[in-house]
Design a protein around this ligand. Structure first.
Ligand SMILES: Cc1ncc(COP(=O)(O)O)c(C=O)c1O
Length: 389
């Protein structure tokens, strides 16, 4: 476990904490010194060499290896894509909906998940959404609804709007029992705990780098189970998806035998530089350390919010980086937090407070103190148990 001094040393590498308490990693990770340095390195080499594409392609392959290692995959099972939406779309276009038509997902998916699969309706896909019950979608509900018509079950690891953590193992077991694939969208969790796509037995996995992976927009990655790579042929493609892109063979269509076949055009080099630096920083810190630290902070926030009687949208057994509090006036709450130099975000009626390895127990105290002075803006479960600090 990280000591307080170790956490403070990590925090010192993120300049934003000199002026604010940053609790919005669920939207965008804070900028570290090493990520900033990687951008300067890119600019420096670009200035000096003009078109250092050999080096940039090398960095793109290094990034693939690092992203793969992060999730327990091999490099050739990972595609580098410009967004999670692009990665999921590539998978969606590769599926044949003539025998299995159904795509089954929960209402907690990020909107893009609905949109990408609904765009497949004209190719024969039949999309259905599971409704939540009391802030959760139990794996049992998935199991009851997956059948031999189900092609794929896309599922979010952590819900962006209420922090609910899906029961992945059980969902994978239920889907595989009926021969359906599972695609895990781990964008709201990747970077806060160790992940192993193989032990989870996933068919597809995706995350982008701009949130808990501490990078920037423009790069994401997609894991595809090895046995599916050669049988799936995405209907979106491009030269970087080919076996030999540098043959420049316009009239030859020969998709790569690796997961690169799920890519398309020129890789987003600046975002790759930033994404690589973010992942390396997290690996240096250790993802088990990150997970333990985030858990301690989240538990403390929940304890304090419970004491104040605040209605918490995140189920109590979904302890993770994101905790969502139910508000009567979330905009005003965000403004008050902003005046206390606390940066958070909202979705619908929920105030999103997300922790990463750079946050401290003092951050939790400041947030709770600010919430306590504005309880009128929050939905309450019970009467507050009295002043707490
Ligand atoms: C769970 C989840 N999936 C997907 C996305 C969107 O990813 P992209 O914009 O890279 O397509 C987000 C963005 O916030 C997200 O939270």
């Amino acid at each position: 476990m990280l000591s307080d001094n170790e956490v403070l040393a990590i925090r010192a590498r993120f300049p934003i904490f000199r002026q604010a308490i940053y609790l919005n990693s669920c939207s965008q990770g804070a900028l570290s010194d090493s990520v900033e340095k990687s951008m300067l390195e890119l600019l420096e080499v670009w200035n000096r060499q003009g078109s250092p594409w050999d080096l940039w392609i090398e960095q793109y392959e290094i990034a693939r290896k690092e992203f793969a290692e992060l999730i327990g995959a091999d490099a050739d099972e990972v595609a580098i894509v410009p967004s999670v939406s692009a990665g999921i779309s590539s998978v969606a276009t590769a599926l044949d909906f003539s025998s299995r038509k159904r795509v089954l997902m929960g209402e907690f998916e990020f909107p893009t998940m609905g949109h990408v699969w609904m765009a497949q309706q004209r190719r024969g896909a039949n999309i259905s959404f599971l409704q939540s019950e009391a802030g959760r979608i139990p794996a049992k509900k998935y199991a009851e609804n997956i059948n031999h018509e189900t092609a794929i079950v896309p599922v979010t690891g952590v819900c962006f709007s209420n922090g609910f953590r899906s029961e992945i193992e059980e969902i994978v077991a239920a889907a595989h029992d009926k021969g359906a694939y599972v695609l895990l969208d781990d964008y709201q969790d990747c970077g806060t705990r160790p992940r192993d796509v193989k032990s989870l037995d996933l068919d597809f996995y995706t995350s982008g780098n701009l949130k808990y992976l501490l990078g920037a927009a423009g790069v994401a990655f997609l894991y595809v189970r090895r046995s599916l790579i050669e049988v799936l042929r995405p209907a979106v493609s491009g030269w970087f998806a080919q076996q030999s892109p540098f043959d420049f063979a316009t009239q030859r269509f020969e998709p790569a035998t690796s997961a690169r076949r799920f890519e398309s055009g020129t890789p987003p080099i600046p975002s790759i530089y930033l994404g690589l630096a973010g992942v390396r920083l997290l690996k240096e810190i250790g993802l088990t350390n990150v997970a333990e630290h985030v858990k301690r902070l989240t538990k403390e926030l929940r304890r304090g919010a419970d004491e104040l009687g605040i209605a918490i949208k995140t189920p109590s057994d979904s302890v993770g980086p994101l905790t969502v509090l139910k508000c009567k006036n979330v905009g005003a709450m965000i403004d008050h937090l902003g005046r206390a130099n606390v940066i958070c975000s909202s979705r619908h009626d929920g105030l999103r407070i997300s922790f990463h390895v750079y946050n401290t127990m003092d951050d939790v105290k400041v947030v709770l103190r600010t919430l306590e002075t504005h309880l009128d803006l929050l939905c309450l479960e019970t009467q507050p148990a009295g002043t707490m600090m």
